[in-house]
Design a protein around this ligand. Structure first.
Ligand SMILES: O=C(O)CCC(=O)C(=O)O
Ligand SMILES: [Fe+2]
Length: 198
């Protein structure tokens, strides 16, 4: 195994440990057992996306990284010090400035689903820079691909209060990654489908 892949492996292991610590805190905030979310993840999956944004003299003519939410529970983002990330809050886009030596942690759709809507996944996009190359590495954390995802049962007083219907995580990713999905439309569709059943 090359030294590079050892570094990548260690990086992913450390990020996984950090994610589990945050999941413990989130479980407690939700009134669940400390290990609840970790148990739901099981062996879990980590999905790494590396994004390379070359400088662009005319950014307004490019697509950027289109608005989306991430499908996992939490995404850890690290970047090379060049700003470009924007998040949407109350229909307004805000630039997120990079804090050196820090990770940016985004809430993804799985955490919104698991918490039955108490945590909201964040819609975000990335712009390109006129002068500088931007690089970001995103690591998402989700449950095993074959598992069925849905709200945590202690958060659903009766069946009718589940806001998101059960779906296999792998199928959700497939829908969420399709080219027609924009912003949070995959999650909203899951919610709408559930409301039809109630
Ligand atoms: O480059 C960024 O800041 C965002 C990347 C991202 O959202 C993603 O890979 O899912
Ligand atoms: Fe993302």
């Amino acid at each position: 195994m090359s030294p590079v892949s050892n570094v990548a492996r260690e990086y992913l292991e450390r990020v996984w440990e950090m994610a589990m610590k945050i999941f413990e805190a989130i479980s407690e905030v939700l009134g669940l057992e400390k290990g609840y979310i970790e148990e739901c993840l099981g062996e879990g999956v980590q999905i790494l996306a590396s994004n390379y944004y070359p400088p662009c003299p005319e950014p307004h003519k490019t697509l950027w990284l289109a608005a989306h939410s991430d499908h996992g529970a939490l995404t850890f983002l690290t970047q090379n010090g060049v700003d470009g990330l924007q998040i949407k809050h109350h229909q307004t886009w805000y630039a997120v400035h990079h804090v050196p030596g820090s990770f940016l942690v985004n809430i993804g759709d799985y955490l919104e689903i698991l918490s039955n809507g108490r945590y909201k996944s964040v819609e975000h996009r990335a712009t390109v820079n006129v002068q500088r190359t931007r690089i970001s590495i995103a690591v998402g954390h989700g449950p095993q691909l074959s598992s069925f995802i849905g709200p945590a049962s202690p958060l659903v007083a009766d069946k009718g209060s589940a806001q998101y219907g059960p779906i296999k995580y792998k199928d959700y990713i497939q829908i969420q990654q399709s080219s027609t999905v924009r912003g949070k439309t995959a999650l909203l569709a899951l919610k709408a489908q559930q409301n039809e059943l109630i």
